[in-house]
Write a protein that binds this ligand. Structure first.
Ligand code: ZN
Length: 311
């Protein structure tokens, strides 16, 4: 018995001197950075706590053990539940109370569905990246990237729909542009080199461009509504700025690998950049959902001005 316990125990390093034994289910053990296959080596500052070489069944079971992916998995699993609950609440309580039209229901459902897909793709990747087959791991990684695009699409659909609520022409122009852009990103993602280390920079550039594109409709929306001084702009523009601020901070953590870069091996389980990126992603999507509900209620309480038909 004693031997069995020792065999399945793994010692987690917390700080420099503390070691905590953790019992793991049979068949799952944790590895150091040097022990994992090359395709899993992405962050040398995370030195231990890796799951690797697992069949699908054990990948799923690893949900219940403490590894360096635990926070990544659970943060987006809870994120999924959050957006699922918000979706049910919006469709049954918030929208009927605002006397919303059928198209509001559709936009709300699409937006929250996109957020949920984004969260689930991320959970899938962080759960199955440790699969013994590199091909399977890569497929989940591709799905994770596709999920980010879908999450961005959800933000654009709701944002454009309500920002250009009174100018149907521009609403269509921007919705079509955004859809075309996301479709183009999907096609790039199919390219065999997309997931390689060499394309790492290009991947970041693509996601920054797709997110940054939103500045164009935002500036256009400000000018259509009478400039910075207009009441509606004063009310909603700060929400867009906050959204971009959260996105920029999240991306900086993601790309820089701070803080683990300065504390290699000490943030293996808690506090690493990818975990901060995950939490900020949930905060950002939640913030955007709240803003969309706010502008939806505003639009239903104040009808469009007469001249807006020509905009
Ligand atoms: Zn992730």
């Amino acid at each position: 018995m004693q031997q069995k316990l020792l065999r399945s125990a793994h010692y987690i390093e917390l700080g420099s001197y503390q070691y905590w034994p953790v019992l793991l289910p049979r068949g799952i053990r944790l590895y150091t950075y040097e022990q994992i296959p090359v395709f899993l080596r992405d962050n040398p500052y995370i030195t231990d706590g890796y799951r690797a070489y697992l069949p699908s069944r054990l990948c799923l079971r690893s949900l219940f053990i403490l590894s360096n992916e635990s926070v990544n998995i659970w943060s987006h699993l809870l994120g999924f539940l959050l957006f699922f609950t918000l979706g049910i609440r919006d469709l049954t309580v918030v929208l009927p109370a605002a006397r919303a039209a059928r198209e509001d229901f559709v936009i709300c459902a699409v937006c929250l569905f996109c957020f949920q897909v984004c969260m689930l793709c991320s959970v899938g990747y962080h759960l199955f990246c440790c699969h013994r087959s590199e091909k399977t791991s890569r497929r989940w990684m591709a799905l994770d990237y596709a999920g980010i695009s879908i999450g961005i699409l959800g933000c654009y659909v709701s944002g454009v729909f309500y920002a250009f609520y009174c100018s149907k022409y521009w609403r269509q122009v921007y919705l079509i542009t955004v859809l075309a852009m996301i479709l183009a990103v999907f096609f790039v993602q199919i390219h065999p080199n997309y997931l390689t280390q060499q394309w790492r920079r290009l991947r970041s550039i693509i996601f920054c461009s797709v997110s940054g594109y939103g500045i164009i409709p935002t500036i256009h929306w400000v000018s259509l509504n009478g400039g910075i001084g207009a009441a509606i702009v004063q009310e909603f523009a700060p929400r867009v700025v906050v959204m971009y601020f959260i996105a920029a901070v999240a991306f900086l953590f993601y790309i820089s690998k701070v803080p683990e870069r300065y504390f290699p091996g000490q943030l293996n389980y808690l506090g690493s950049s990818h975990q901060i990126w995950h939490i900020l992603a949930v905060v950002m999507l939640y913030w955007w959902h709240q803003s969309a509900v706010y502008i939806m209620q505003y639009r239903h309480s104040k009808p469009c001005p007469e001249h807006s038909v020509d905009l």
